[in-house]
Ligand binder design. Structure first.
Ligand code: ATP
Ligand code: MG
Length: 467
């Protein structure tokens, strides 16, 4: 569903301010630097200090009181204008990172590619970015700015004014500035119009901007899914053409982006859009490959169920973990690999272990996956076969396993899509809630698992060479 600003009653603009001349996202206008902003005074918009976190307000005011320009920018302004609760608050200023640090005790400078100040209040972090300037063709110190051969920005630490900074932001709706000095909203790029129309539009030339930072393609999808916006056709066309540039993005950055994509509450919509723009395969190549020859919609249903589950848990305020998310997203390649090993007569436990290691090792070349998540992910996988063992001590041991809960939830998913027997899922659902005596009784009456008869080892075909 598209969330239009009008429906939210979010945006009011003064009628004497034309909109069309301000919709300047073409390169010519940007180069000339001649764009006049539209300024919406406080009574005519709905960004209210009451909806801005007290920490963000503290940062905004302290910067202003120290004589710096101080704006709320990015998602905070965008979401408040849409009547949504912002995920976090970002601040833009003409104070340099060092100047910001000297103003706040609770401040840390982060990032090499893009240097930022993080001001922390308890669990909340306010991100303070110094205005960036354009720097192509200028004699600049390449310690502050650098591009790859593909046009990708490797470092972006040349500081400038608000007028410079606007054009370095990714989308028009992300380039609205709320000025703490007079509470007005400043719009250089037609962001308010795009917010009203529900459009994600790249600022400037989409090809150039996506080449500068291919992750912007993923951001376009993320915001489109979250806000119910459409992506403007020029940007869209480039996403189809330039997805491959994501192959050059460091795995650690892609991992962070995957979490934002799938743990932001709109994982299902995001997944569908990623598949639509053929970008999913740059995040999960093995999964994409497995899904491309899916039979009877079976694996894709498991992924979708897992993502639905994630969205629902977030909506209910429950916890989620990347370990479970990755376990589900990588399950199909894992299952296929395991099957291949079983066909080669590898023992089931060993097959699961070797396949699990192999899939994890391959995935981390694309998106990193810290060990604190990849260990439990493999445990979730390894425990799956143990749900079939329901005699003797085995069920008790499984129940006591620290990863039982996640593994059980995962088995339920497999059962929902018809991959694990429903009877197994029901058995475990009951078993958990029984008292000790009842558990023993249930175990006694459980079916004895038939031993798998080993087929005679097949000889591996010797590979035929064409030459
Ligand atoms: P949310 O916080 O809800 O995910 P956001 O728009 O605030 O959305 P952030 O990642 O917090 O996104 O970034 C803050 C702002 O910084 C963005 O709105 C945008 O103006 C700018 N920005 C972030 N990443 C990029 C990028 N890769 N290229 C250009 N501008 C960016
Ligand atoms: Mg933000």
């Amino acid at each position: 569903m598209a969330l239009y600003a009008d429906q939210q009653g979010g945006i009011i603009r003064s009628s004497d301010q034309g909109t069309s001349e301000n919709n300047v996202t073409n390169q010519g206008d940007i180069e000339s630097g001649s764009v006049q902003p539209v300024t919406i005074p406080r009574p005519e918009h709905t960004v209210s200090r009451a909806s801005i976190s007290s920490s963000a307000l503290k940062v905004l005011y302290r910067l202003k009181d120290a004589g710096f320009q101080s704006f709320l920018v990015g998602g905070g302004v965008r979401d408040l204008l849409l009547g949504r609760e912002p995920k976090d608050f970002d601040v833009g200023t003409n104070a340099t990172p060092d100047e910001v640090r000297s103003l706040f005790r609770n401040c840390r400078l982060i990032g090499r590619r893009f240097r930022l100040a993080h001001v922390r209040y308890g669990r909340e972090v306010i991100e303070v970015a110094t205005f960036r300037a354009r720097h192509e063709g200028e004699a600049i110190d390449d310690r502050d700015s650098a591009h790859s051969d593909e046009g990708r920005i490797l470092r972006d630490n040349v500081y400038g004014s608000l007028e410079d900074d606007v054009w370095r932001r990714d989308f028009t709706v992300n380039a609205l500035y709320y000025d703490i000095k007079d509470f007005s909203v400043v719009d250089y790029v037609g962001g308010l119009d795009d917010l009203k129309a529900g459009v994600m539009r790249v600022i400037g030339d989409p090809e150039k901007r996506f080449r500068e930072d291919p992750v912007r393609m993923l951001r376009a999808v993320r915001f489109a899914a979250k806000l119910g916006f459409r992506i403007d056709p020029d940007s869209e066309a480039m996403m189809h053409a330039l997805g491959h540039l994501l192959e050059d993005i460091p795995p650690a950055r892609l991992f962070e982006e995957v979490l934002k994509l799938f743990q932001g509450g709109c994982a299902v919509a995001t997944f569908e859009l990623l598949r639509h723009y053929d970008l999913f395969r740059y995040l999960f190549p093995m999964t994409d490959e497995a899904l491309s020859h899916e039979e009877q919609g079976f694996p894709i249903t498991l992924v979708l169920r897992a993502l639905e589950n994630t969205d629902a848990r977030l909506a209910e305020g429950k916890t989620i973990t990347p370990a479970f998310l990755f376990a589900a997203l990588l399950w199909e390649p894992m299952r296929l690999q395991m099957q291949e090993f079983l066909n080669q007569e590898m023992a089931p436990l060993e097959a699961a272990q070797v396949a699990g290691n192999q899939i994890a090792a391959e995935q981390v070349q694309v998106t990193s996956l810290p060990k604190r998540f990849s260990f439990p992910m493999r445990e979730i996988w390894m425990l799956q076969s143990r749900f079939e063992r329901r005699r003797g001590k085995a069920p008790h041991r499984l129940l006591e396993h620290p990863r039982f809960r996640a593994a059980y939830d995962f088995m339920l998913l497999r059962s929902e899509v018809g991959e694990a027997p429903k009877e197994t899922a029901d058995w475990w659902t009951d078993f958990q809630v029984l008292n000790a005596g009842e558990r023993e009784q249930k175990i006694e009456s459980s079916p004895v698992k038939k031993k798998r008869r080993r087929r005679p080892r097949k000889r591996k075909p010797t590979p035929q060479s064409d030459e």
